[in-house]
Design a protein around this ligand. Structure first.
Ligand code: NAD
Length: 406
């Protein structure tokens, strides 16, 4: 099949590589640099499997900035452009998905499009009603950044959602089956659980799955807050709780809050979708994350005050990495930034160690790549995730990474 993929970020690039093992794939992006890197078989994002597959595997993959030509020739178009939700304006920004759909409808209106971007519940159904000619499916994407291709080579499940009651519904049911087969063909596992459902249900799966993950993070973070306030060892409590097989010892490592590109926006999106539907929990998850960052900032301010009381009039706080997880190469909406904002609001000077950031300045604070300079300048270091390179400054490092992982 000739497949065009719109947007080569984490989602689009991993799918492009996966599908290019058995199909002719054209990956489209608006950023020329990314296109050039892919055409020279290098990955614009950090992901071991993507780097390996691009360098060493036989892939039928070309990248281009010319969306119109790519979509015109395609038998199938996968859309993986960014989406956003602005809770202050209660606005779902799906404009980049629609930009691609409008272009496809102009150059190749009969082709099936599959939205892989995360969208509000009911979006694909509404879009199909707005564009009765368009053949649009929704397929939730479950990858983790840094493991994007691996998660598609070993998918936990494959889901395709079909708008209901449209002229194209029967044809789209077949297209949905064909799409799930394409994803399974590229995977290394067999017997992957596969589900077809209404597009609105598939959109709900994505938001409810991410909101559950956020709930779990928020839960263990609140457990950790409780232990800290009561002077208890949180790691012992978490271990004791996790040995119950119904709970498990995964995804339970405290942090400064859930963050990254997806969990903050998807929880808020789901909450907005609850308008007119009774709920307490979804709102509490969003609030709990805010409370956790307030608590972490307060803990830090308390330590800063101790340094002042001990005779240091202007202690500097070092932010060790802006990234969310160890091994990550981006820091979109990372929780440490929320804590940093709170302590800067109190006038505390901050220095940032972030090797992946080339700017010398981040919101008015110095950014350094020199670890020695960072350690000597910082009176107190804040690390969402521990790294062995902090071992010599353990006594001035504040982290809640109790299990030193993920
Ligand atoms: N990152 C994740 O872990 C993850 C997981 C599941 C779902 N999602 C969802 O998938 C979507 C994409 O996420 P991502 O992390 O891959 O985003 P990303 O920001 O890493 O990549 C998106 C890419 O789309 C490109 N783009 C923007 N406008 C375009 C256009 N008109 N035509 C072609 N390309 C265009 C951008 O230049 C960028 O390279 C989002 O809706 C996100 O919520 C992300």
């Amino acid at each position: 099949m000739r497949i065009a993929v719109a947007g080569v970020g984490y989602v689009g690039l991993s799918l492009s590589v996966l599908l290019a093992q058995h199909n002719a794939v054209t990956a489209v992006d608006v950023v020329e640099e990314k296109v050039e890197l892919i055409n020279s078989r290098r990955s614009p994002i950090r992901d071991i499997e993507i780097e390996d597959y691009l360098a060493h595997r036989d892939l039928d993959l070309t990248a281009t900035v010319d969306g119109a030509s790519a979509y015109e020739d395609a038998d199938l178009i996968v859309i993986a452009t960014p989406t956003n939700y602005d809770p202050t304006k209660d606005f779902f920004d799906t404009s980049l998905v629609e930009e691609v759909i409008d272009l496809v409808l102009a150059v190749n209106p009969d082709t099936v499009m599959v939205i892989k971007s995360t969208v509000p519940v009911g979006y694909t159904q509404a879009l199909s009603q707005r564009h009765p000619m368009a053949k649009i499916l929704f397929s939730p994407e479950f990858l983790r950044e840094g493991h994007a291709l691996s998660d598609n080579l070993h998918p936990s499940r494959i889901i395709a959602g079909i708008p209901t009651g449209t002229d194209h519904t029967p044809e789209l049911e077949q297209a949905a089956q064909a799409f799930t087969r394409l994803l399974a063909e590229g995977a290394q596992d067999t017997d992957i659980p596969t589900l077809l459902m209404a597009s609105t249900e598939a959109e709900a799966v994505k938001l409810f799955a991410n909101t559950y993950l956020a709930l779990r993070v928020a839960y263990f973070n609140e457990l950790d807050t409780y232990a800290a306030v009561r002077g208890l060892d949180a790691s012992k409590i978490i271990q004791g709780v996790g040995y119950d097989p119904r709970i498990g010892s995964h995804y339970n490592n405290p942090s400064f809050g859930y963050g990254g590109y997806c969990l903050p926006k998807d929880t808020k999106q789901l909450l907005a979708n609850y308008k007119d539907v009774p709920q307490n929990l979804i709102e509490a998850i969003v609030e709990a994350n805010r409370t956790r960052k307030d608590f972490i900032a307060d803990e830090l301010l308390h330590r800063v005050q101790e340094l002042k009381d001990a005779g240091n009039p202007h202690p500097t706080v070092g932010i060790y990495r802006l990234t969310m997880k160890s091994g990550s190469d981006n820091f979109r909406a990372s929780s440490i930034q929320g804590v940093m904002k709170r302590i800067k609001a109190k006038g505390i000077p901050v220095i940032v160690f972030e090797p992946t950031l080339d700017d010398p300045d981040f919101y008015g604070s110095e950014v350094t790549h020199d670890l020695h300079h960072f350690k000597t300048t910082s009176d107190l270091i804040l690390a969402n995730r521990w790294d062995p390179e902090l071992t010599d400054v353990t006594n001035k490092t504040y982290t809640r990474d109790l299990f030193k992982r993920d």
